[in-house]
Design a protein around this ligand. Sequence first.
Ligand SMILES: [Ca+2]
Ligand SMILES: [Ca+2]
Length: 303
Amino acid sequence: MAFSLKSKKTLFSLMKILFGMERSTVYFPVLECVQGKLFVKVQVSWKMKGRVRYTEKHERCILTGFLQQQGCIYVEKVVPAKTFISPGTTQSSAVPSCQALVSQSPSLSSGVYWIDPDGGSQANAFKAYCDMDTDGGDWTLVWSYTFTNYGDFMDKSNAITPRPNWQVDPNANVPISTTLPLNETDYNAMNFSQWKHLGRQVLIKSNINNWLVCHPGTGSLVDWQRGNVSCQIVKRVTDTCKERPAPSTFNPSRYGPIFSTTQLYYYFDCYTQDYWPTHDPCGSGQSNHVTNVVNPHGNIFIR
Ligand SMILES: [Ca+2]
Ligand SMILES: [Ca+2]
């Protein structure tokens, strides 16, 4: 709120010229606002030769937005624009997951939103990338990886990198990330202990192998539990082995998780001294991945 004073200039100028008296007015903050009326406390002092000769104190009722007295007080009412904060666009509007975001704002597109998987205080909410397009959307990106030696794919030195902080052999030697990836080529991983707060379904994307959606059975990636899973191919990246089925088992093996049919389909090998990170659309544990890809990578999403 701002005040501007249009005083009775002529009178006050005359007082000053004739008696050397000066008038000063102090406005105090609004006391009350009742039914459109604002009350302010006003103190008017008359000074002569720098000394206060007398002071008037009173409350003044003013109507918002109107001139109350001729040449006296103008009130400018500042009304902040009411802004609607869309869910997930600020830390304070963080949602539990990308899935929760969709239920609140169904038309959102893929991108970065604020989420708070563990609930409660939003002080530990963070930004995450949500895929709103694949297989109905609602997916939170938890891992983006590339390869240590894509050019010589079956060599021992090849592995995915970086890896999440899941429990594998201590000799696993690619870097561990606990920094959330904010896009599909931001090679990082969410703290693995947080994945389970997002859901149990897994979306695996890669530009060198088919995309899978896997539902948990007796096996579950986020629970790090070996057993059956039910996977569907949601996008074919290659025509190789079109007749072959999607994986049906999950195994949290020594150097990283494996999704298999009868043989390996995806192996997230994280050891550069042995093995290699199978991405085989035939599910045969062989080198049938797409070759000569720029920025070869993969991603895991949870919902
Ligand atoms: Ca929280
Ligand atoms: Ca390796």
